[in-house]
Write a protein that binds this ligand. Structure first.
Ligand SMILES: [Zn+2]
Length: 58
């Protein structure tokens, strides 16, 4: 599903990221870090990025 070549500059905005709540382990797939957990209501500081690709980022 990588037919969107040439959009590397907007990668962080175009590519959904999986965030996991450390409190209840609920996973949210969104482009932006959730403001709070929809399940337990934990603030977004409780979210970590899941399955981060080993891409060459500066
Ligand atoms: Zn939660």
């Amino acid at each position: 599903m990588t037919d969107k070549t040439g959009a590397l500059r907007t990668r962080t905005e175009e590519t959904p990221t999986t965030w996991q709540c450390l409190t209840c382990h609920f996973e949210v797939v969104d482009r932006m870090l959730p403001r709070k957990c929809p399940r337990c209501g934990a603030s977004r500081v409780k979210f970590v990025e899941v399955g981060a690709q080993a891409e060459n980022e500066a």
